[in-house]
Design a protein around this ligand. Structure first.
Ligand code: FAD
Length: 446
């Protein structure tokens, strides 16, 4: 019997547990999940919405045999997407998933619903709630788990660290810690009550899916949730101290925080500023990331998956997808090793190599998006960079072969810049007709 410990019962840890239970070796494995949350119901907020991708998150969902449950909450219409700039110029309005090669359907699901589906798929008795891991220690040539409550568990045939961004398991494998990604901001929610008269306007701007708007190092993003309300965020490229200042000025008072935000977004179109005015339950947080191509030493009987292995910013929507793919492939490696009676450690080591390779691509794409979205000449830089990502998804490399002779990126940049410039003129004309030249007309009205 293989004794496997999973630290962290987040989406990736639960996916791994469910896949092991579904595998042909389910009768040969003993699984224990150690989760720091006190109980299944102790967490009150799970955040926003996630889109699952065909080759990664969706592939895992299908293999887990929870497809029908997933479909109850999946929102294919949630793929509606607008990409705008601060003047309200719409560069992209995708009303449904483009069925291009490499861009198949990526349905949205509320994180809380995904967690519900996953938690219901794993027997509760496998989860040790309220077990916050303190450290992983090596005793008598074996790894053991030490918890905050003083208890110790182990040894195990395999410890899988799925304990997220600030993984305690990672410390046993590498000294590298996540660093500040240069982006911080405020997130919150918007509903009919908080938006009042502006609900129809804001809701219309977001549609059934998302509106991502970024310009000159700042962003405003809003996404539709399953209950019809909106999740919003206001991120910017700033020194890390900016968030501390916001927190210091915030002191639990949303209005104070909103005033600071409005000052930071004073150049933005009034319709977008309404998002700030309508937002509620604001919280601020800096974003962290591991270096692109992050690896860790191979040490027997212990490994990492999900954010613990490859934390990245959310700007390519790959985090949970990459983690679920880790789980899918790791279970394949364990299954093969058990069936063929080969060394589990060698199987895990080989899996780690493939995981490093795959996650390096996700991390690099995420970095390209982050730099493009928050560059001082965004959104032009973002679209220019996206041409390369789009080409690669369709089997081309703009930096190699005949494509490297064409000014693909520069042409894309010039094209988007021309659209943006027309948008500036349009906004000036509208502002003149509306007479909206004062700084915070929306705020002042309230
Ligand atoms: C604002 C934001 C938006 C995002 N949007 C997207 C998106 O659209 N698409 C996408 O793919 N990804 C997105 N992500 C990333 C995604 O949330 C993560 O990649 C994903 O949650 C990783 O799952 P995980 O299970 O590895 O880690 P986590 O979700 O962090 O889960 C870790 C689990 O381990 C537990 N834990 C932590 N420490 C300990 C400990 N010491 N002992 C025991 N248990 C512990 C935690 O309680 C938690 O249950 C976003 C992230 C952020 C911050």
């Amino acid at each position: 019997m293989l004794n496997i410990a999973i630290t962290g019962g987040g989406p990736v840890g639960l996916t791994l547990a469910r896949l092991l239970l579904q595998s042909s070796t389910s009768t040969s494995v003993n699984i224990t999940i150690y989760e720091k949350d006190a109980s299944r119901t102790s967490r009150t907020s799970f955040g926003g919405t996630l889109d699952l991708h065909p080759e990664t998150g969706l592939a895992a969902i299908k293999q887990m045999n929870v497809w029908d449950e997933f479909l109850k909450y999946a929102r294919f219409e949630g793929e509606e997407l607008r990409i705008c700039d601060l003047n309200g110029t719409v560069y992209v309005h995708q009303t449904e998933a483009p069925q291009l090669k490499g861009f198949q359907a990526r349905p949205e699901i509320d994180r809380v619903r995904l967690m519900q589906v996953l938690l219901e798929s794993v027997p509760n008795e496998l989860i040790r709630w309220g077990k916050a891991l303190k450290e992983v220690v090596r005793e008598d040539d074996q790894w053991k788990l030490k918890f905050d409550d003083g208890s110790v568990a182990g040894p195990f045939d395999l410890i899988v660290g799925a304990d997220g961004a600030w993984s305690k398991v990672r410390k046993a494998l590498t000294d590298v810690e996540p660093s500040y990604a240069g982006i911080c901001g405020v997130a919150g929610s918007i509903d009919k009550e908080s938006a009042g008269d502006t609900w129809d306007l804001i809701s219309g701007m977001v549609g059934k899916g998302s509106n991502f708007c970024f310009s000159y190092g700042q962003s405003m993003m809003a996404q539709r949730l399953g209950d019809g309300n909106l999740k919003c965020s206001f991120y910017a490229q700033r020194e890390r101290g900016w968030v501390d200042d916001l927190k210091a000025n915030h002191t639990g008072d949303d209005d104070a925080l909103k005033r600071i935000l409005l000052e930071n977004y004073q150049e933005w179109d009034n319709d977008f500023k309404q998002w700030i005015v309508a937002a509620k339950e604001l919280w601020s947080a800096p974003l962290f990331e591991l270096p692109v191509g992050q690896r860790f030493d191979h040490k027997g009987e212990i490994t990492l998956i999900g954010d613990a292995a490859h934390l990245m910013t959310p700007f390519a929507g790959e985090g949970v997808n990459a983690g679920m793919r880790d789980a899918l492939d790791l279970v394949g490696a364990i299954e093969k090793s058990v069936t063929e009676k080969t060394d589990l450690d060698l199987a895990v080591q080989a899996w780690e190599e493939s995981m490093f390779e795959r996650s390096a691509v996700f991390m690099a794409d995420t970095m390209v998006n982050k730099l493009g979205m928050f560059a001082q000449d965004a959104p032009y830089s973002f679209f220019a960079a996206m041409i390369g990502v789009f080409a690669r998804a369709n089997g081309y490399d703009v930096k190699q072969g005949w494509m490297s002779w064409l000014p693909v990126t520069k042409t894309a940049y010039a094209f988007v810049w021309a659209i943006g410039t027309c948008g500036v003129v349009r906004r000036h004309v509208i502002d003149i007709f509306r007479g909206q030249q004062q700084r915070f007309p929306v705020w002042d009205k309230r």
